[in-house]
Design a protein around this ligand. Structure first.
Ligand code: NAD
Length: 359
C-alpha cells in the first residue's frame, strides 16, 4: 500500500536543503521498494505571503492525511515584525499540536570524520551515538495557570509544571521501545529530589519499566545529567525526559557534535506518523546561495524511514552513505576544518555525493 509523504520546504534555506533530501528519499524508495506518494504544501513565511496564515488549513489537512511530513525551516527577517501569534513559527507549533506530536527524538550522533569539530576532546565524542527523547506537548511549557500578575504592588510571574500519569506513561513507552531497538539502556532524567511532579515521573517510568525487563533503566537528576553529558557523553544510550529539561539537554547534546548543519530530528504521534526536520533554522544569511549543508535534512529522511516508514534498511543505507561522503573528505563550508585536506562543495553537489554513495 502506498504511503503519503507531505513535503513542506518552508523559508530561507528550507527549499535548498529539502529539494536535495527529497531526491535522496526518492532514490532509497526506489532501491528499497517503498511505495511513496509525495505532495507539497505551504508553511511559514511563504504561506503568510500567499494565504495570510503560517499554517493554511489545507496544509494541516494534507499533513493529517500523511504518514510523514518533511519540513525544511520557517522564518526570516521579512516576517520578524509580525505579532507573535501570526509569525511563521506559529506554523510549526500548529503542526505539532494539530498532529499531536508528543515525542521529540533528537539523536546526537558524531560521524567519526567530524570528531575534531566538537568542543570536547575527540576521544570523548568519536562515534558518539545517543538519543534524547523529549516530551513535547506537556510540562511547564503548557501548564495552567500561567501568567504575570500584580501582587502587593509588584509583578509576579508564574508557570505550572504539571504531568498526568498517561502523559508520562506514553513517552516512557516510546523511549523504552527505542532503547530496546538500540543499546538496551534508558536513562530517565528528572529533579525528583525537589519537584513532586518529577517524583511522579520517576514512579511512572519505573512502573512502565516492568514491561521492559530487557532494558536497563537508570534515573539521573537533571543537574547531574547536564554535567555527565559534557564529562562522559558515551555513557548514555537513550535519555527520556520532560519538555523543559529535554529542550535544554538536547541542545547540550547537539553541541557535542559540533555542527548545526548535521542534526536531524523527529516528532512522533501515537500511531507512529511523524514530522521530520533539521534542527537548524532558515539561515537567511545563506538562503538560495547553494551554501547550506543538506545533511541534517537528509539524516531526517533517514529517521523518517526508520520510525514512520518501517524501512530500517533504507535508513541504514542513507546514514552509511553520509558517513562515506564525509570519509572521502567532502564537506560543505560549515563543517570544513580551517586547515585540512577536504573538498568544499555546495548544497547540490553534497546531495549528489550522497546519491552517488548510495549507489
Ligand atoms: P539558524 O539555524 O537559521 O542559523 C544560525 C547560523 O547557522 C547561521 O549563521 C546559519 O547560516 C548557520 N546555519 C544554519 N543551518 C545551516 C546549514 N544547514 N548549513 C550551513 N549553515 C547553517 O538560526 P537563526 O539565525 O537564529 O534563525 C534564522 C531564522 O530561522 C529565524 O527567523 C528563526 O526564527 C528561524 N528558526 C527556525 C527554526 C525552524 O524552522 N525549526 C529553528 C530555529 C530558527
Amino acid at each position: 500500500m502506498s504511503q503519503r509523504i507531505l513535503v513542506l520546504p518552508g523559508d530561507g534555506i528550507g527549499p535548498d536543503v529539502v529539494s536535495v533530501a527529497v531526491a535522496v528519499l526518492e532514490r532509497v524508495a526506489d532501491r528499497h521498494g517503498l511505495d511513496l506518494v509525495l505532495d507539497q504544501a505551504l508553511v511559514g513565511g511563504r504561506a503568510i505571503d500567499e494565504t495570510g496564515s503560517p499554517l493554511p488549513p489545507e496544509t494541516l489537512e494534507k499533513a493529517r492525511a500523511s504518514r510523514a511530513v518533511l519540513l525544511g525551516a520557517v522564518g526570516g527577517p521579512k516576517w520578524d515584525d509580525l505579532p507573535t501569534l501570526s509569525r511563521p513559527e506559529r506554523g510549526l507549533l500548529g503542526l505539532r499540536s494539530g498532529l499531536e506530536l508528543f515525542a521529540n527524538l533528537r539523536p546526537a550522533t558524531l560521524f567519526e570524520p567530524l570528531a575534531a569539530a566538537s568542543s570536547l576532546k575527540p576521544e570523548l565524542v568519536a562515534n558518539l551515538d545517543i538519543l534524547i527523547v523529549r516530551e513535547l506537548t506537556g510540562g511547564i511549557y503548557f501548564g495552567e495557570p500561567r501568567g504575570i500578575e500584580v501582587v502587593n504592588n509588584e509583578r509576579r510571574g508564574f508557570n505550572t509544571y504539571v504531568y498526568s500519569e498517561h502523559e508520562i506513561d506514553r513517552i516512557a513507552r516510546v523511549a523504552f521501545d527505542l532503547a530496546r531497538k538500540r543499546g538496551g539502556r534508558l536513562c530517565s532524567v528528572d529533579k525528583a529530589n525537589v519537584l513532586e511532579v518529577t517524583q511522579l515521573w520517576r514512579e511512572v517510568v519505573t512502573q512502565v519499566g516492568k514491561d521492559y525487563p530487557d532494558v536497563t533503566l537508570s534515573h539521573m537528576y537533571v543537574d547531574n545529567a547536564g554535567m555527565q553529558l559534557v564529562r562522559a557523553p558515551k555513557q548514555f544510550d537513550v535519555v527520556v525526559t520532560g519538555n523543559m529539561f529535554g529542550d535544554i539537554l538536547s541542545d547540550v547534546a547537539a553541541m557535542l557534535t559540533g555542527s548545526l548543519g548535521m542534526l536531524p530530528s523527529a516528532s512522533l504521534a501515537a500511531d507512529g506518523s511523524g514530522l521530520y526536520e533539521p534542527v537548524h533554522g532558515s539561515a537567511p544569511d545563506i538562503a538560495g546561495q547553494d551554501k547550506a549543508n543538506p545533511l541534517a535534512t537528509i539524516l531526517s529522511v533517514a529517521m523518517m524511514c526508520r520510525y514512520s516508514l518501517d524501512a530500517p534498511a533504507a535508513a541504514d543505507a542513507i546514514e552509511s552513505a553520509v558517513n562515506r561522503v564525509l570519509d572521502e573528505g567532502i564537506r560543505t563550508q560549515d563543517i570544513a576544518p580551517p586547515h585540512g585536506d577536504v573538498r568544499i562543495v555546495g548544497t547540490r553537489a553534497m546531495g549528489q555525493a550522497v546519491l552517488d554513495a548510495l549507489d
